[in-house]
Design a protein around this ligand. Sequence first.
Ligand SMILES: Cc1cc2nc3c(=O)[nH]c(=O)nc-3n(C[C@H](O)[C@H](O)[C@H](O)COP(=O)(O)OP(=O)(O)OC[C@H]3O[C@@H](n4cnc5c(N)ncnc54)[C@H](O)[C@@H]3O)c2cc1C
Length: 413
Amino acid sequence: MNQPVLVLGAGIVGISCALELQKRGYRVTLMDRRGPGEEASSGNAGILSLSNITPLADPALLTRLHRLALNLDTDLLLHYPHLPALLPWLGRFLRRCRRATYLVDGAAMALLTQASMDLHRQWIDEAGLQSLANRGGGLKLYRDRRSFLRDQLERELLERCGVRHTLVDAAQVQDLEPDLNPVFVQGVLIDESISIRDPEKLCKAYAQMFVAAGGQVKQAEIRSIRQSGGGWELSGSPGVVSAERLVVCMGAWTPGLIGQLGYANPLAIERGYHAIAAPAEGRRLSRPIFDVDASYVMAPMEMGLRITTGSNLVRCETRPDPRQLVRVLPRAREAFPIERILTRDPWMGRRPTVPDTLPLIGPAPRHQNLWLAFAHSHMGLTMGPITGVLIANFVGAEPQPFATKAYDPSRYL
Ligand SMILES: Cc1cc2nc3c(=O)[nH]c(=O)nc-3n(C[C@H](O)[C@H](O)[C@H](O)COP(=O)(O)OP(=O)(O)OC[C@H]3O[C@@H](n4cnc5c(N)ncnc54)[C@H](O)[C@@H]3O)c2cc1C
């Protein structure tokens, strides 16, 4: 076939699209202003998660709207000066906080995660990355029984979607993770989740598989786009690049580029932060934990314990505001013996999200030879590979493994 395709953005989503297009015989160039996997795809919690299929628009949120609006809870931090611009997004989001919508959107998430997990397993083996993959599952932990009861709908969703999970009581939590302090009253073990001990390393290794099979990785910062003949002309530094077929996977920055073609910006940016902690001597965490009542994930990684935060809802390009991290670190110390924090400055990443929490994957609604894959919210590391498969099928006009309407970019663009 050997037809050229340019994939713009080399996060996990772009890398996966490049790999899948290459497998179908396209001549693929993967382009980014940075090295592969160095933005959101690098500093995340590293969980290839089967259970995090929960749409953000959870009806249970409505019971604590006042707390969220006043920034009293740690899972969400609003930046008030940016709220007026966010109101249309918030309006659509709040209208989705209904049980039926939640279950439908969650099932659409599950289709992506389950298919993607199989591909990750294959790719991890192909890349020889077995030692980077921790197959011990993940633990969702509750300090307060009321929070556990509040998450009942989430467990119903997991049941409906066939996601294996085991309820564990306080004693079983201690059996699974003996070095945790006894602050948790209830847990849910997600048996088949895999966690990655360094997500950036995973991305770079996948990108290396693409290069080893003849793919090209190029560094360029693209600032503008225009149609040229049947294809595309992109300008930036260095210079002008032409593309017959273009796949845009620029994560949070996608609207900045496709906005030049008249597409509206459908995103809210959920920024997240992380710090790396050293465990106290002789203490060990064997799998990631999500401390629901304190709103952080602690994931054992090669560089130490990575502690990640919830959502800081703010515009894409503003100064970091690590208040959530400041609030969660003492809570993390309550749960696990930490010797010290190793990072001086917090890492910050952007989770671009639309009101239904589902990614936008498919052809651009009003342009030929342009495909989009972005807005993977809090699940892009997991969903990268299946996104690559769907995009490669769209480009080749091949049948899809399941209905893709739920991810159609035209629902927001
Ligand atoms: C704190 C946190 C924890 C998370 N935990 C998890 C988790 O445990 N599991 C999970 O599945 N997901 C998790 N996520 C979400 C996941 O990290 C993202 O969904 C995923 O990385 C998105 O990948 P992407 O390729 O779409 O975007 P990115 O990785 O952001 O890639 C976009 C790329 O576009 C490039 N780019 C942007 N502008 C330009 C330009 N003008 N020219 C050229 N290149 C450009 C960037 O350099 C970047 O490389 C987490 C996210 C955060 C922030």
